[in-house]
Design a protein around this ligand. Structure first.
Ligand code: GLN
Length: 516
């Protein structure tokens, strides 16, 4: 079922295989009819992750990129929408030569072709992969995921036995007596069998570790050796999961099934992501969504930066429409994330003003960058009617990107993915990035209105990063840390390579705390 941790499980399995020297890539299957996650409400579905090629994808791809330290391409997120679109296009072209087009074999063939394409794409920019993880979203028994499970069944039959391994992730709940229950697992294993799928490995998720007794029971009822039952209890930090799985012997069982030559585990990654904190900072994130998963990459990027500076980052989520202004003063830093639409923007602008005038470190991301410009125009330039074209009438210091004007389609049409940014010498941006040319990921439809750039600059706002007169970074000097980016640095942050703006921000938060 959703929310069980299949994505972290898949990413962790990838990590332990990578730690044994294998090149690992991954593909996520989402059984919904949307072409991609770009048009989906993050409040319902979680963060829309952005790939370097501009793909707007499921947040699990973010987990794969972070755990495996690779860049993926759009080929690595398959949706029902993409599969059907491609099959219908082929039908219209006449590719099926008069055949009746059906779920089996046409849809399942297309699914297998897409899985193969992702596997053959390997690790984009690096080379081929030895192993491709295929995560099938949804729950066994869902109508939506049926064609995908059937495709997996066919693929298993077509390939040599040692070329595939089927891992089933199940919930192992606890009853009121504190006993772990295996019934849900028994039932889902049975449901899988009815589809012709036999689990080689069962990963048992729950609050508590699955002990030998429970493992024996699962092994007996589900007809697999006891070593094939892997306990995956909830741990405080997701980056500990690979280590736990390694301890559970998951790498050995996988190696046996896939006939991989045994190699010694390289455990350096575990020590790199292990945390040892000397201090703590409190960061307030002003958001209009109540769900933390909406900002998964921001949360992780703060964690990466915190680890690098031995600082634990405690996050508080502030409701942009209802927070108390007095609370803002209790934070060592304020972060304004990306977003869409008018709701909550006044609260965010107010928090930016508070951070600027009270000298609290501020990091603005995408919409946070745009609102920082609006706040500056309103309160420093005195343009009370300054706003963004996205928010309605007024003086549009933030305007629609010229190439976006008049677009009617909302899907996949924003300025998306990797674009270069040139950084100005002598700025804070230069100090944190340490180089003039950077590449970051984007997802926006609006930008700083070029008409107003001279006025904003004259009033003291520094645009320290830009590309072809497109403003990408702004900062306020004479402030402990006030920096905002049009791009989304959170998408490129990795556990062992924190994103420079996040690192700069967390370090400024520590300094702010120490100065209190
Ligand atoms: N809504 C803004 C735009 O489209 C910001 C987008 C974002 O924060 N990702 O430009």
């Amino acid at each position: 079922m959703s929310g069980l941790g299949k994505g972290i499980t898949a990413a962790s399995i990838g990590r332990i295989l990578k730690n044994r020297g294998y090149a690992v890539t991954a593909v996520k299957i989402d059984p919904y009819l949307n072409i991609d996650a770009g048009t989906m409400n993050p409040g319902q579905h979680g963060e829309v992750f952005v790939l370097s090629d501009g793909g707007e994808v499921d947040l699990d791809l973010g987990n794969y990129e972070r755990f495996l330290d690779i860049d993926l391409s759009s080929l690595h997120n398959i949706t029902t929408g993409k599969i059907y679109r491609s099959v219908i296009e082929k039908e219209r072209r006449g590719d099926y030569l008069g055949e009746t087009v059906q779920i089996i074999p046409h849809i399942t063939d297309e699914i297998k072709a897409c899985i193969r394409a992702a596997a053959c794409d390997g690790i984009p920019g690096e080379g081929p992969a030895d192993i491709c993880l295929v995560e099938v979203g949804g729950t066994v028994g869902d109508i939506e995921s049926m064609p995908f499970l059937e495709a997996v069944r066919q693929m298993r039959g077509e390939l040599p036995e040692e070329d595939t391994v089927l891992i089933h992730v199940t919930l192992i709940p606890e009853d009121s007596m504190g006993d772990l229950k295996t019934k849900p697992t028994q039932h889902s294993v049975k449901a899988l069998r009815e589809l012709g799928l036999y689990a080689d490995i069962i990963v048992g998720r729950g609050q508590r570790p699955v002990g030998p007794g429970t493992k024996r029971k699962i092994s007996a009822f589900c007809d697999l050796p006891q070593e094939g039952v892997i306990s995956a209890a909830t741990v405080p930090d997701i980056y500990q999961v690979p280590m736990e799985m390694e301890r559970e012997g998951a790498a050995d069982v996988l190696s046996e099934h896939l006939n991989l030559s045994p190699r010694e585990a390289d455990t350096r990654w575990y020590t790199l992501v292990e945390r040892e904190y000397r201090g703590q900072v409190r960061v307030g994130i002003v958001s209009k969504y109540g769900v933390e998963d909406v900002y998964m990459s921001i949360k992780e990027a703060l964690k990466h930066a915190g680890r690098a500076s031995a600082t634990e980052v405690k996050i508080t989520w502030l409701d942009a429409e209802h927070y108390a202004e007095a609370d803002l003063g209790t934070f060592d830093g304020i972060l304004i994330p990306g977003g869409f639409g008018q709701r909550g923007t006044e609260g965010k602008i107010n928090a930016i003003r508070y951070a600027r005038t009270n000298r609290i470190p501020l990091l603005g991301l995408c919409l946070g960058f745009q609102l920082a410009v609006v706040e500056y125009a309103r309160n420093v330039l005195g343009w009370k009617d300054a706003t963004s074209a996205e928010m309605g009438e007024g003086r549009h210091v933030i305007a629609i990107l010229p190439e976006q004007q008049g677009l009617s389609d909302l899907g996949g049409t924003m300025r998306l993915g990797n674009y270069p940014v040139t950084i100005e010498n002598g700025t804070r941006a230069m100090r944190i990035y340490g180089k003039r040319e950077i590449i970051e990921r984007h997802r926006h439809r609006y930008e700083v209105n070029p008409v107003f750039i001279p006025d904003l600059e004259k009033a003291g706002l520094v645009f320290s990063g830009s590309w072809n007169n497109r403003m990408e970074i702004c900062e306020v000097t004479d402030h402990p840390f006030f920096l905002a980016t049009q791009f989304h640095p959170e998408f490129r942050s990795r556990p062992t390579r924190p994103s420079p703006p996040f690192l700069g921000f967390v370090e400024a938060c520590s300094a702010c705390r120490d100065g209190r």
